[in-house]
Structure formats: C-alpha cells, structure tokens
Design a protein around this ligand. Structure first.
Ligand code: FES
Length: 105
C-alpha cells in the first residue's frame, strides 16, 4: 500500500476539509476530533465535492442535499445518499500527513 504525502499537519485547520488529488483520485482530508481522516471527495448521490461541506461529530455533510457521511466508514447517515463513499488509510509521520488510495494487492 503506497502512502503519498498530502500536506503538513499544520496546514490542516480543524473541521476545514482540504481537497487534494492523489493518483487522479479526489480526496477530502479532514482534521477533526484529534484525528485526520481521508474520504473520497465525490458524494455518492451526485457529482459534487464533499470538501465544500460542513464537518461535525466525525461526519461531513454534502452541501447539495444534506446527506452526511461518516469520516471513519464512509457510510451515509441518511437520504438521499444510500451508498457509502470510499475512505482511505491515513498515516502521520512527524508533521507529514500521508494517505493511501491504493488497495493492497
Ligand atoms: S449530491 Fe450529495 S446528497 Fe445529493
């Protein structure tokens, strides 16, 4: 599993998603509740960016229709989204935030 550097930990403001692209995959990186999470940046309901939504209680809310996704599992908490969004493993090394968007083969 290849981890790629995303940014410095100090670049991530609490509860403010940061959109990055890793190997062509759009990812929203979120620092909240003392942890850093990485979730695919595209809502599973329609093609909009989750990083433009609000973060609260380890959930990110889609700004368009209001479904919230659990940053730990990617599961939606309610309609209209019914499908989960992929989440990715995160590693912190010193001040570096690393994310892997590749599956183990
Ligand atoms: S586009 Fe995200 S909930 Fe509809």
């Amino acid at each position: 599993m290849a981890f790629l550097r995303v940014c410095s930990l100090s670049d991530l403001a609490e509860d403010t998603p940061k959109r990055v692209e890793l190997d062509g995959v759009p990812v929203s990186v979120v620092r909240t509740e003392g942890e850093v999470f990485a979730i695919n940046d595209i809502c599973s309901h329609a093609n909009v960016s989750l990083s433009e939504g609000e973060v609260e209680d380890c959930m990110i809310e889609c700004w368009l229709h209001g479904s919230s996704f659990d940053l730990r599992t990617g599961k939606p908490s309610g309609l209209p989204a019914t499908r989960p969004v992929p989440v990715y493993p995160v590693k912190i090394e010193g001040d570096d935030v690393l994310v892997s968007v590749t599956q183990e083969s």
